[in-house]
Design a protein around this ligand. Sequence first.
Ligand SMILES: [Zn+2]
Length: 265
Amino acid sequence: MKIIILILLFFAICSTSFAQKNNLQPGGFYFGKAPVGSHVFFGDRPLQTTDDNRFLIGFDRDADLQQQLTLINEDNQETILSLELKPRSYKIERIAGISKKMMNPSAEDLIRIGQEATQVSKARQFVTSLPGVSERFIWPLKGRISGVYGSQRIFNGEPRRPHYGIDIAAPRGTPVIAPAGGIVRLAHSGMFFSGKTLVIDHGLGLSSSFLHLNKLLVTEGQQVQQGEKIALVGASGRVTGPHLDWRINWLEQRLDPALWVPLHQ
Ligand SMILES: [Zn+2]
């Protein structure tokens, strides 16, 4: 027999902390622990768990503020867990001096852009039990934050897609380190918008992407440890100067990297 219990606060079941609550917002995530023997579903999607039953879900920039998880225990009893995200607003960023080629890509470039987007999304589709996701993330680079997650971007006066990464300015050639361990799923030598690009899979569908690099120091399939040098800062792709654009995804959902590391550097 199925018993459906509506629990308004997920915290009643899963142990939590202030840090967890703070992450319940668009661009945030919930890193929970399910009771032993139970299965967790996010919509129809069964969630992968680690050996100690941890699971992860992430919320996109414009995620619905009401989210729901379903837990099915060993006795096939179903529990619906509602998560309430706190609303969030985003900055407007104006950037001038973008070249015509980048503002209005040719038909040929548009085909290339589409193919590259497919390659990146494939690199973010791995759902593994890699332990990197459970590590305490560190900054991949220290420097001035020159762009934040979610901001609405206006290029040469035209509104464009929001920014999904965190931009950290640093001189060309500064080393970039892995914020957590994982496996390199993409090491691309030059994409139209993002230039030299890396994607690292940290486990449970969580991945980091590193854009605009000058040099890649790792190859696809390579396992990396937290703190290992993976690349050098560059200015490849659509940029106005050397910086690292660091992104975090949970599968196709784009998350705010700043929520994974302490705000002070
Ligand atoms: Zn950026």
